[in-house]
Write a protein that binds this ligand. Structure first.
Ligand code: CA
Length: 367
């Protein structure tokens, strides 16, 4: 019902905007075979949870703004405001919801305090990779549920970037068994952090900007960040000896665009679709970008900087996996809606794992 009401409201808003445009003839071009188009450049602001021009994730926000400008033929301009420019990173959600700015860029796991089930739409330990996540969101009902979750707050979420499988992180101590995790101080946020804690580790919450000094000065023993491209840019190889894989905690992190629904409704119908299409383009393009850049960066880390690449021991991964199942299942207990999201995600995960076992996985094992 909520979904239908929301879609209906979009239609009414768009009709009202077109009617307004038709009245102001100077700003409109109308011919018999063309849609009514305003010549006035519509300017939006986008706040992000990333520092301005921050490699990888911040570039994804810039890419989204450029997509909107390009696809709209210059009819729309989006100014990207990095974390701290207008508001701190963790106020992005509230700022867009309040309508202070029209849109934001971040990741849904940042809003776990408001909506405990929200991390399912960004990164789930031992969950879905990028390809699988996009399948669930676009064609498996995931995006409808995500939009239903944000709609009461006046926000429309759209996938707008994916990191691909991340790395387990940088460690100053070698990890040979589960014993080495005990008491280990590691920067690892979100659901992964909770899993790490239950496995005996000590998760620390440290903003990205402070990671390098925290690791270098021994305030933490280890940190996860993103993958080779972002990690190399941060110089994390200068602060830790060992680079571990795989990124069990973030196997295909989805970045999000959050759009103020009132602001969206004030756009002509075609621009509403362009904003959404620009998000989809940014989602796929960011994944392509990371796929291309991560392998170059990994080569540099190994060949030039002589980083020691290691796989986490099997007993550690097995423990993380069993705890992850428990942690994700607990999300379902937080509300009836959360249960609906969890059930959709779990059902899809089971099916896509079976399919990818004989397709993607079989091919990876073969090559
Ligand atoms: Ca990460």
């Amino acid at each position: 019902m909520k979904r239908r009401a929301f879609v209906g409201a979009l239609g009414v808003g768009a009709a009202a905007t077109l009617a307004g445009c038709q009245k102001e003839a100077k700003e409109c071009v109308a011919t018999s075979d063309q849609p009514t188009v305003s010549k006035k450049v519509i300017e939006w602001n986008m706040v992000t949870t990333w520092p301005k021009n921050f490699q990888g994730l911040g570039e994804s926000a810039e890419r989204l703004a450029q997509n909107i400008a390009r696809l709209s033929g210059g009819r729309m301009k989006v100014n990207v405001l990095g974390a701290g420019e207008l508001v701190p990173a963790l106020q992005v959600f509230d700022t867009v919801a309040a309508g202070t700015v029209q849109m934001g860029h971040g990741a849904s796991y940042y809003w776990k305090g408001k909506m405990p089930v929200s991390p399912i739409f960004s990164a789930v330990p031992f969950g879905l990779n990028a390809q699988e996540m996009n399948g669930w969101l676009y064609h498996g009902g995931g995006l409808n549920l995500w939009q239903e979750l944000y709609a009461p707050l006046g926000l429309l979420p759209m996938p707008a970037g994916n990191s691909g499988v991340q790395m387990a992180g940088w460690f100053n101590k070698e990890i040979n068994s589960l014993d080495d995790i005990q008491g280990l101080k590691m920067r690892i946020p979100g659901l992964g952090g909770e899993v790490f804690k239950r496995a005996g580790g000590t998760p620390e919450l440290i903003p990205g900007a402070e990671l390098f000094s925290a690791l270098e000065r021994g305030r933490i023993d280890a940190t996860e960040w993103v993958g080779p491209y972002n990690d190399l840019a941060f110089g994390l190889h200068k602060a830790a000896k060992y680079y571990y894989y795989p990124g069990w905690h973030e196997p295909g992190t989805t970045l999000e665009a959050i759009i103020n629904i009132n602001a969206l409704q004030q756009l002509p119908t075609d621009l509403q679709e362009i904003v959404k299409a620009a998000c989809t383009q940014a989602n796929y393009d960011t994944l392509s970008f990371f796929t291309s850049k991560n392998n170059e960066a990994l080569s540099e880390l190994l060949d030039v900087h002589k980083v020691q690449l290691k796989k986490l021991p099997q007993d550690v991964l097995d423990k993380f996996e069993s705890i992850s199942e428990q942690v994700v299942q607990e999300l379902a207990e937080t509300s009836d809606f959360a249960r609906k999201v969890y059930e959709s995600f779990s059902r899809y995960k089971q099916q896509v794992y079976s399919w990818h076992k004989v397709s993607e996985q079989a091919f990876y094992d073969l090559r």
